[in-house]
Design a protein around this ligand. Structure first.
Ligand SMILES: [Zn+2]
Length: 297
């Protein structure tokens, strides 16, 4: 049986952090009792150690940012508690790479802002720590190492809960690399974004639109200025109009939406995916353009 104070603590946490929709239990790992909040049959969250680098939230939550840790679980837990040298970081959730079941640690409540995004921008949003939630996923490099299935399912269940609870739109579920062009490469090209979108988390283009845009591009290529405009319309921040910055933004874009080849080049497939995404997510009802008449998207 749980000591009653643990029960009260766990219940309070469930109410505060997870909309009161969970049940609680505890188990012992070594000598440390874990407070486990069961949010739904697919999602259990462990009350982790308190994250360093958090502050009061002054903006509503509008964005979910996914990261890889570039470190092991113990090292990530140390860094997030401010025990590592270097700059201070914080995050809301940390998902382990353990098998057969990944653990999700809640490091700070959603109601606080955590320092996980750094210098960043997405659409009209700047410095996203204030407007976002962050999930750190244990992986040394998601461009090299595939994410194990139990970890993918744990992140998905958590993300499904967060996008529903906070009404985060698909196009605002982003990679750290999306919001920090030229600076970050996580969670990497091997992150299963398409699978997530198929399960209600994040954006993905309609295959048919991509096909039609590819056919159109065969007869008429877009100028760099048009591609820059499309990237900006979708959300990417390009600080200037140089070819170098365009290449870096395309790399970020490909890492998310065309992970099989990340080379920063505006090949037809890359541009068609970008056009299809802008059509699906960034064309308001009044401007909804079909691929057939989309010289300007
Ligand atoms: Zn990151």
């Amino acid at each position: 049986m749980l000591p009653s104070y643990f029960k009260r603590l766990a219940t309070l946490l469930a109410v505060l952090a997870l909309a009161g929709c969970g049940t609680t239990s505890s188990k012992t790992a070594g000598t440390t009792a874990e407070v486990v909040i069961t949010v739904n049959p697919k999602l259990s969250v462990i009350q982790g150690p308190a994250s360093a680098a958090v502050e009061a939230r002054k903006q509503p939550i509008a964005i979910l940012v996914l990261h890889h840790t570039a470190s092991s679980l113990p090292s990530a837990l140390d860094s997030l508690q401010g025990r590592s040298k270097g700059h201070m970081v914080g995050v809301h959730y940390l998902v382990s790479d353990e098998q057969p079941k990944a653990r999700i640690f809640r490091m700070c409540p959603d109601s606080l802002a955590a320092y996980h995004a750094g210098k960043s921008a997405w659409g009209k949003f700047e410095s996203l720590n204030q407007s976002s939630l962050g999930i750190e996923i244990v992986n040394y490099d998601g461009n090299v190492h595939p994410y194990p299935k139990p970890q993918v399912e744990a992140v998905l269940a958590l993300a499904q809960h967060l996008v529903t609870t906070h009404r985060i739109p698909p196009e605002n579920v982003v990679a750290h690399s999306d919001i920090a062009v030229g600076r970050k490469i996580d969670p990497g090209s091997l992150f299963p974004w398409e699978y997530f979108a198929a399960n209600g988390v994040g954006a993905w283009p309609d295959a048919k639109d991509v096909q039609v845009f590819r056919i159109l591009l065969k007869s008429k290529k877009l100028a760099n200025a048009d591609i820059q405009q499309l990237l900006r319309t979708y959300g990417y921040r390009l600080d200037d109009n140089s070819d170098k910055t365009l290449g870096l933004a395309l790399e970020s874009f490909q890492r998310h939406f065309r992970g099989a080849k990340v080379d920063g080049l505006a090949d037809d497939e890359t541009v068609a995916i970008l056009q299809a995404l802008v059509k699906k997510y960034r064309s308001g009802p009044a401007k909804a353009a079909s691929p057939a008449r989309s010289g300007k998207v």
